[in-house]
Design a protein around this ligand. Structure first.
Ligand code: CAA
Length: 260
């Protein structure tokens, strides 16, 4: 795969490890990084050999937000276009066929917290710090933070974090439901890889359909989501993975999913 300036990517036997790698700016998201992310995500989406992705940050930060130095001279129209670009790229992550696990190693602030929230599952090191500090800069979250944060932690807590701009630690992020698990820094990647490994042992098509059902269902009403779920359930019933999974159960052995 192509080399990028601000991203690292490695395919470890079907597990993609994507590292935000602009440590001199605490991995802040500038336009160049966003464009690279867009290109890399398109390649990942089209690569069926990649089953699960782990997204993490190089050195002491996950991502310390959108690049403040680049945003300083932005006009209203430029700011709007920047917001739409970030939203588009983060929606690509949310809608990637493969599950994405954020392994949050350090600062996840502003656009960094929004990036983590676009992933399916969040595991944090106990050194991680979270927040939406945009109002401390006189702006509001622009990469869907006002939309994903209340959906994840509820409207009241989302408003408190967004209005105060306060930073919270990993334990508080766990308490409010912003992250799924907290580990030591040493255990962060091993924990994420172990979880990815368990997901990779399942029927991949079924995992992907579950992602579509949850994501689409959460953006619609219960009845429409239920109709979609039944349809996708029906689709999974016609796969070779289902035949193998159920036959293996009956034969009291582990399934060897063909992946179709
Ligand atoms: N944009 C640009 N550069 C950044 C950055 C950012 N978001 N965050 C850190 N950096 C740079 C710093 O400017 C500094 O560079 P120089 O050495 O060239 O000055 C370098 O990274 C290291 O940062 P610090 O010296 O500040 O490191 P620290 O350990 O003392 O502090 C920090 C760490 C608390 C995270 C602090 O860097 C900070 O507050 N960063 C900004 C966090 C923030 O406000 N993020 C939200 C951005 S707005 C946004 O994301 C909008 C949106 O939703 C679209």
């Amino acid at each position: 795969m192509k080399q990028f300036k601000n991203l690292l990517f490695e395919n470890q036997d079907g597990l993609g490890i994507l590292t935000m790698n602009r440590p001199a700016a605490l991995n802040a998201l500038n336009k160049e990084t966003m464009d690279e992310l867009c290109e890399l995500l398109t390649a990942i989406k089209e690569d069926p050999a990649i089953k699960v992705v782990i997204l993490t940050g190089a050195e002491k930060s996950f991502v310390a937000g959108a690049d403040i130095k680049e945003m300083l001279p932005m006009t209203a129209a430029e700011g709007q276009a920047w917001g739409r670009l970030g939203q588009t790229v983060f929606n690509m992550i949310e809608n990637l066929p493969q599950p994405v696990i954020a392994a949050i190693n350090g600062f996840a602030l502003g656009g960094g917290c929004e990036l983590a929230m676009s992933c399916d599952i969040r595991i944090a090191s106990d050194k991680a710090k979270f927040g939406q500090p945009e109002v401390t800069l006189g702006i509001i979250p622009g990469f869907c933070g006002t939309q994903r944060l209340p959906r994840l932690v509820g409207k009241g807590v989302a408003k408190e974090l967004t209005y105060t701009g306060d930073m919270i630690d990993a334990q508080e992020a766990l308490r409010i439901g912003l992250v799924n698990k907290v580990t030591t820094p040493e255990e962060l990647l091993p924990t994420a890889k172990a979880m990815a490994g368990r997901i990779m042992q399942r029927g991949q098509f079924a995992v992907q359909m579950a992602k579509v059902a949850i994501n689409t269902g959460m953006n619609t009403d219960m009845e429409t989501g239920s109709v979609l779920e039944a349809s996708l359930f029906g689709v999974t019933c016609a796969t070779e993975d289902k035949k193998e999974g159920m036959t293996a159960f009956v034969e009291k052995r582990k399934p060897a999913f063909p992946g179709k």
